[in-house]
Design a protein around this ligand. Structure first.
Ligand SMILES: Nc1ncnc2c1ncn2[C@@H]1O[C@H](COP(=O)(O)OP(=O)(O)OP(=O)(O)O)[C@@H](O)[C@H]1O
Ligand SMILES: [Mg+2]
Length: 238
């Protein structure tokens, strides 16, 4: 499709939960500098795909590569070291810990530069900077999401996997989160994002994929997905 080598490539991924196969050979790729959004109905396998890429579920067939290097069966810790950051859909912060502690936990395997990176992440989220000693359990949903994203950024990932970053946020907060993802992307981090709010997510994305029932259904430039009558009717509720 293009001669630019992808940062992340997941090819023909088969995965699921124990004997229950959910992904039936799904492929997605992210090129350098891209935000790519995966949309699709509930239960399509979107979260399952991110978990499989991040080594939280076994990949029984298919391959994942990062900058052309096969990472299919690396442990989650080694995937993080290789440059993948993951912001899960739920329970993505330690509520009983402070903002500072959450961010530092994100950087715990750094050998050097922890303080510099911490300062950089805090500078990206000015709202958090003045409340570093507050427990994240007391924060608003939007602020918690910022902590979760900030934590994932502590190891300077090459690519960020985001599972429904706008889930259960107000429209204003969602907008803020998407704006932040765009800003982070502008600073050089690619993103693979799963979202229910397909309109807003695609609006900041370069390309998109539609997954349904564990299979690829559509893919293309985000503007094509937004403009496609089929995609709008079937998947965008329009
Ligand atoms: N821990 C689990 N054990 C068994 N089956 C699961 C588990 N988690 C999810 N599933 C099943 O896998 C399928 C895909 O779920 P997944 O969470 O990947 O969907 P999704 O596309 O992320 O949906 P949503 O939009 O609701 O988040 C669903 O049928 C779901 O019931
Ligand atoms: Mg999900």
């Amino acid at each position: 499709m293009t001669d630019v080598a992808p940062i992340l490539s997941a090819r023909d991924i088969v995965s699921g939960y124990g004997p229950v196969q959910i992904l039936k050979g799904v492929s997605v790729e992210v090129l350098p500098g891209e935000i790519v959004t995966i949309i699709g109905p509930n239960g399509a396998g979107k979260s399952t795909l991110l978990k499989a890429i991040f080594g939280l579920l076994p990949v029984t067939e298919g391959h994942v590569s990062l900058h052309g290097v096969d990472i299919t069966r690396l442990s989650t810790e080694n995937l993080v070291r290789a440059g993948i950051g993951f912001v899960p859909q739920t329970n993505n912060v330690f509520s009983s810990l402070t903002i500072r502690e959450n961010l530092l936990m994100g950087g715990f395997i750094r050998d050097e530069g922890l303080q510099d990176r911490f300062d950089w992440v805090v500078s990206l989220f000015p709202d958090l900077g003045s409340r570093l000693s507050e427990k994240t359990g007391k924060l608003s949903g939007g602020q918690r999401q910022m902590v979760a994203i900030g934590r994932a950024l502590m190891l300077e990932p090459k690519i960020l996997l985001l599972d429904e970053p706008s889930a259960s946020l107000s429209p204003k907060m969602s907008e803020m989160v998407f704006e932040k993802v765009r800003e982070i992307n502008g600073l050089g981090t690619a993103a693979l994002m799963v979202e229910q709010d397909a309109q807003r997510a695609l609006a900041i994305s370069h390309r998109g994929y539609v997954l349904a029932a564990g299979e690829n259904r559509y893919e293309g430039p985000a503007s094509d997905l937004l403009g496609s009558d089929d995609v709008r009717r079937l998947y965008l509720g329009a």
